[in-house]
Design a binder for this molecule. Structure first.
Ligand SMILES: *Cc1c(COP(=O)(O)O)cnc(C)c1O
Length: 436
């Protein structure tokens, strides 16, 4: 147990952070700006729990935003990293572990015949788009409102909780020209895709999507949506690209493409495949991946790509997942959790809806159904924000945004479920009473 920080010491640390890091954080989703309330600094993680520098403990439903499916400080990962550490941290020359990780991805992910390892999901998606453009000789691509594909320029249009403004970049610093070839449509609206491709389909390099949306809350594809996209892409010579950075090894071992039985032309991965260290990957059909340098002309490179520590962690995590198949148990927990939460919210007179895909879950403060970002945007954000603060006070860490999915680990068990639902009972009553 770490020594608990005094309120004064915490205030000093928080002000030091804000003085040297924009918003005190290194990624905006870590900020508590949208929900309000006190942020915290992590002292340690253990299994399903986080402990902050003030000695408070939380059941963690973020799990580093997905990667930690074995929980915090997993011995499986630690052992693999320690073993590699004594042999060096980076070589800039090939290792067997990279081949092993690539073989594993080829074996487990239906759409991957060949793969390139990178350092983050953002690198994976920007590289996959370049390959799709290089392969087809076309520039335009379709993305869906609310899907997040990392922070590279062409994707920063209606990305996740960003404002959905057709065709305009959501961030200063992204030139209009960088998103001119980005087309935008609502998720689950197959007719809109058909219309667009009927008129201009021959200009499109790719249809790019999160097959299960996880960056606008959790939104599942409607029956027929993924099939329809595959057919439209094929008919018009565009590539179907599944961004499975979040859903890969999360909604099931072979990702959403295995769960829904739709094999895309290209796949991007990240998060779980690095076991908590920085790894991303893009892969797909052999004839497409042979466009990538040095075999083909599409350039892509990285000093730390296939990093030995990261591939050790990734290999260890994926080997464990392959051997144990924890997904049915994870999904059972997720369903009990969401059913429990929805029952409690309903009992408190708070309209809500929710869903589960493997080890991911989502609850909207919206009566549902939620099939798109446009639906999700109508959720009661003020209520969610109050609920978030009340849960945090009761030792449960939900993502500090109404537009995020929740993530489980194999270390979430009966104790954590009971603790969470008890906290939710108190939190829902506090939210309802606060409004009375
Ligand atoms: C997290 C995420 C990314 C970006 O990955 P980083 O490692 O944060 O760069 C891209 N696509 C999806 C679907 C993601 O969830």
């Amino acid at each position: 147990m770490t020594e608990a920080q005094s309120p004064e010491a915490f205030a000093r640390l928080w002000s030091r952070a804000q003085a040297v890091l924009p918003g005190g954080v290194n990624s905006p989703v870590r900020s508590f700006r949208s929900v309000g309330g006190d942020p915290f600094f992590v002292a340690r993680g253990e299994g399903a729990w986080l402990e902050d520098t003030r000695g408070r403990r939380y059941v963690d439903y973020i799990m580093s935003w997905g990667p930690l499916i074995l929980g915090h400080a997993s011995e499986v990962i630690n052992e693999a990293v320690r073993a590699q550490l004594s042999r060096g941290t980076s070589y800039g020359a090939p290792t067997e572990a990279e081949v092993e990780l690539a073989e594993r991805l080829v074996r487990l992910v239906p759409g991957i015949e060949m793969v390139r390892l990178v350092n983050s999901g953002t690198e994976a998606t920007m590289s996959a788009l370049r390959v799709a453009r290089g392969y087809t000789g076309r520039n335009r691509f379709l993305k869906f409102t609310g899907c997040y594909h990392g922070h590279a320029d062409p994707f920063l249009v209606a990305a996740g909780s960003g404002v959905a403004t057709l065709g305009l970049p959501n961030s200063p610093g992204v030139p209009d020209a960088a998103v001119r070839d980005t087309a935008l449509l609502p998720f689950n609206d197959l007719d809109a895709v058909r219309d667009l491709f009927q008129r201009e389909g021959d200009q499109f390099a790719a249809i790019f999507l999160e097959p299960v949306m996880g960056n606008a809350g959790l939104i599942s594809p409607q029956p027929g949506f993924l099939e329809g996209l595959q057919e439209i892409a094929r008919d018009h010579g565009a590539l179907l690209v599944f961004d499975e950075v979040m859903t890969g090894f999360r909604v099931g071992r072979g990702g959403a493409q295995e769960r829904f039985g739709i094999v895309p032309d290209l796949t991007t991965l990240g998060k779980v495949i690095g076991g908590g260290l920085p790894v991303g990957a893009f892969g797909g059909r052999r004839d497409i991946m042979e466009q990538v340098a040095p075999v083909g002309p599409v350039y892509q490179a990285g000093t730390l790509s296939g990093n030995p520590l990261a591939t050790a962690a990734g290999n260890a995590q994926l080997a464990w997942l392959e051997a144990h198949d924890p997904y049915p148990a994870l999904e059972t927990y997720a369903r009990r959790l969401v059913d429990g939460l929805l029952g409690i919210l309903d009992g408190a007179g708070i309209p809500a809806s929710g869903g589960v895909e493997g080890s991911m879950f989502g609850v909207f403060f919206h009566p549902g159904p939620v099939h798109s970002y446009e639906d999700a945007a109508a959720a009661d954000l003020a209520r969610f924000n109050r609920f978030h603060r009340e849960m945090l006070e009761r030792g449960v860490f939900l993502a500090p945004s109404a537009f995020e999915a929740g993530f489980l680990s194999v270390r979430h068990g009966e104790e954590e479920l009971a603790h969470t639902l008890e906290a939710a009972q108190g939190a829902a009553e506090a939210v309802a009473n606060g409004e009375a």
